[in-house]
Design a protein around this ligand. Structure first.
Ligand SMILES: [Zn+2]
Length: 442
């Protein structure tokens, strides 16, 4: 059943089949397009727009290595894009812009946004390599990219790669995984528990085979991971989101306790978690855990009452020092702190007169030199006329913090509170060793 148009088309196809595709010369001024596909292998095609339509400049194709075959779907697609661009390096390098067609929709925002934080681990390194070029990624359904699709389905044998892409990705992965704050034993346990975890096992399958398009088609067990599907990948039996391990359900409580250990408040807890672990709802669980913890709350209110304003670092030691008086068990001390080195002097006061304070100040100056600036609060010992006279005679600038805003003196308040606690801990107050003091200051 064919009329003249069909016959003409058939003849045209026959004609085309016996002719090789005529490659056009590359013209940097013409709009350039890279098509890539990933299937059994990788395929790519470099095209340019001519008056008569798109004309091919070059083709490339290769099979996947054993390791690459185990990549998550999105990683294979990313590999196809980066590999094709690198194969066409001499054409693409230096171009202000070119179009990169990919048939994998989730890859498009990863390439265009250049935000690597939530990207699957191996894609991170590949996309960094892609930063050399200026592609604008556009989604194109696979059926529209016949050439690269065909090339990826019957790829050329995996030739000796001149590019070091594979090594580079492997190195990046090992660098990230070795920085995880997890012991080898814990890592083994994580792998075992991941195997036992229905949700993670299902998500791993989807990550390898490709996720369903719609959330309602995802098995219930893995549905809470659907929204993160484009950030998931696999490493050595573990499921990863970006560069973090997705923790199996059975170990979440234990890990949450470790994150909360030390009661450092919500920000520090989140920072800790960010070093390598994640599960859906983790952020909210940290928030709840801290909100319900009395110790965390106590620390929070203590911190809020003494906010510290940063002060600039002086050029050298003992240029600017802060001084304060403190009392412990009926004894009084003059505490001085150097703004540069944070070196602390703690001198017992025989009496609470300006004269006694000045004497101890002289002792500090005799050891370290006279400071250019001495900062104190507006307490009576420092506000006294005697102290002002001392400042004039010894030629240093005496600055006081406002009585209403004593926290304006960022550095002084902070370390001066430390010795008080330190002394409180010492039962044999006077014979503390230097090492103990140094250890405490760390
Ligand atoms: Zn706590």
């Amino acid at each position: 059943m064919s009329g003249p148009p069909q016959r003409t088309a058939f003849n045209k196809v026959k004609e085309l089949l016996i002719k090789p595709p005529v490659l056009a010369y590359f013209d940097p001024k013409k709009p350039t397009i890279v098509e890539d596909s990933s299937s059994y292998g990788l395929g790519g095609c470099l095209l340019q727009e001519h008056k008569e339509g798109l004309r091919p400049i070059a083709f490339c194709s290769r099979s996947l290595s054993n390791t690459e075959q185990r990549y998550a779907q999105i990683e294979k697609e990313c590999l196809a894009s980066v590999w094709a661009c690198e194969r066409f390096d001499r054409h693409l390098m230096g171009l202000d812009s070119f179009t990169l067609y990919s048939d994998h929709k989730p890859l498009i925002p990863l390439i265009n946004s250049k935000d690597l934080s939530e990207t699957p681990l191996r894609c991170q390194r590949m996309l960094i390599r892609l930063l050399r070029y200026k592609p604008v990624a556009i989604h194109q359904p696979g059926k529209m990219m016949v050439t690269s699709d065909t090339l990826s389905r019957s790829p050329a044998a995996c030739s000796q790669e001149t590019s070091n892409l594979h090594e580079d990705v492997r190195f990046h992965v090992s660098m990230v995984t070795s920085s995880w704050p997890v012991s080898d034993g814990k890592l083994r346990q994580l792998k075992e528990e991941t195997q036992q975890d229905v949700s993670l096992r299902t998500a791993i399958n989807y990550t390898v085979m490709g996720w369903p398009t719609y959330k309602q088609d995802v098995m219930l067990a893995a549905r809470d991971l659907f929204d993160f599907r484009n950030e998931l990948s696999l490493y050595d039996g573990l499921l990863l989101r970006g560069d973090k391990i997705v923790i199996p359900y059975s170990m979440r409580k234990e890990i949450l306790d470790r994150i909360h250990d030390g009661h450092l408040g919500i920000t520090k807890c989140r920072e800790r978690a960010n070093q390598g672990v994640w599960w859906p709802g983790l952020s909210k669980q940290i928030q709840d855990c801290v909100a319900m913890c009395k110790l965390c709350m106590q620390k929070k209110s203590a911190q809020q009452s003494e906010p510290l304003l940063p002060s600039t670092l002086p050029d050298r030691p003992f240029q600017r020092i802060g001084v304060d008086l403190c009392e412990l068990k009926g004894k009084h001390f003059l505490v001085s702190v150097d703004y540069f080195s944070r070196y602390i002097d703690i001198l017992p006061l025989q009496s609470l007169t300006s004269g006694a304070v000045i004497n101890k100040m002289k002792k500090i100056f005799s050891q370290h030199g006279i400071a250019e600036t001495v900062i104190s609060d507006n307490g009576p010992k420092f506000a006294a006329k005697e102290f002002q006279q001392f400042a004039e005679e010894w030629n240093f600038h005496h600055a006081t913090s406002s009585p209403h805003y004593p926290q304006a003196n960022g550095r002084r308040k902070e370390p001066c509170d430390q010795p008080k606690n330190f002394y409180a801990k010492m039962t044999h107050t006077w014979h503390c060793s230097l090492t103990e003091l140094l250890h405490f200051l760390h």
